[in-house]
Design a protein around this ligand. Sequence first.
Ligand code: CS2
Length: 492
Amino acid sequence: MTQGLGRSSVPAGTLIGASAPDRTGIVHLGLGNFHRAHGAVYTAQAMAAAGGDWGIRGFAHSSDRVVAPMRAQDNLYSILQLTEGGTKAGVVDVHRDTGVAAHDPAAVVAAIADPAHRIVSLTVSEVGYTRDPATGRLALDHPEVAADLVAGSTPRTAMGMIARGLELRAASGAPVAVLSCDNLQSNGDVTRAVVEEFLNAAGVNDDVLSFVSSSVSFPNAMVDRIVPKTTAEHSQRVEDLLGVTDRCPVPAEDFSMWVLEDDFAGGRPAWDLAGATFSTELEAYEMVKLRLLNGSHSLIAYLGVLAGAPTIDTAWGLDFVREAVLGGIAEDYLPTFTPPTGFDADGYVSELDARWRNPLIGHATTQVGSDGSVKLLQRIPDAALFHLRRGRIPHRLALCTAAWIACVAPPAGFDPDPLAERIAEPARERLAETVDGAVTVSDHVRRIMTGGFFPAALADQDVFTARVAELLTLITRDGVRTAAADVAAASR
Ligand code: CS2
């Protein structure tokens, strides 16, 4: 039997960056594949370049799927880099302690309060910010948020744990940065707003509020690396390459990007020496990423699912998908923002093409299509409103919305491809209740658009709702290709 990965079995020359010292300086919430292939790798490389006590204390949200094997491997794991030219594996050794937040939420709160930790970073996904989709504010009626607000309770939500951790930390006054690494527009500002809303609703004293406003920074950051789920083939490939067994490797594309505001109240690793960019043009970088990449990704995913394409590369290989996505980038997304200085749109799009085409990544359309009720809020309403307020219809944004509805809340009598059922959608039940009894596709769409799933400003745009209904009708009656052709014809 092959030896297992661990401190004593790291194959020579395979360590990525440096090993962390025993002291931890970062608490990380969300120990999934993305963090392990992104922030953790930059941290390993920053420590190789400039040292520092930046070991990571990592917490998974609720499952020990990653934590159990990591612990058995001295908290090591490998990255399997998937380039079109072949695969390469390297080992990351920066986590000095790992745990499951749901099993011991008090440990998370204590770790955030501990002055030794100077950064609290998070990859909790869009869902983890527990916001009301219609208002963007902390969802006070969310049952877990409400439970976390009860005095003396142990928090279960990420926002509750951060707020309670900072409340305790106020006693020492030690400065700290809370760093969101999720795909949200102005993710740092959003995190600050939601955490402060929590603290206000919890009725904490003024000293805590003034500590958070003066000594806790919430830098905005744009993160980018395509990281699919780990499969048995990935694990086998790692074993072939490294000669040791890793029970929790992370597959990832070779592309990686991180742009951050340099606002770290308690200091930071030398991530700049590891390839991260510190910039004052965060909003522009976020627009590029969230709209051109993530927004297009959703369109590829939902059109792909409806056409029976299981992966992003197979969906991207369909002519009608490419046409819709490239048209969407040019007409619906690019006009809506001012890109960062020196941005080369053509170069960015051809890079996206290469990334989406890579067959080794095997990124499931159902994975990208998951949590649409939360992800689409970052990808559609603001861009759509930009056009609607100027009297134009953003046809591809309407198509993406219609395709999402066709997948997760199909109108009566329409059966999408069986792949659609594999999309994890937290609002599935609520969507089904909302459309129950709808007699026409128009009514079905109107109920969803005005049902609290989207901001009121978009819900008020009847032309958008009508276009979504038209496209959903075409999808259900004539198929997704016909709907895409209608969009192409309408925008000619
Ligand atoms: C994807 C992202 O699943 C999704 O919604 O659009 O996870 C995407 O792969 C990353 O943001 C790439 O950086």
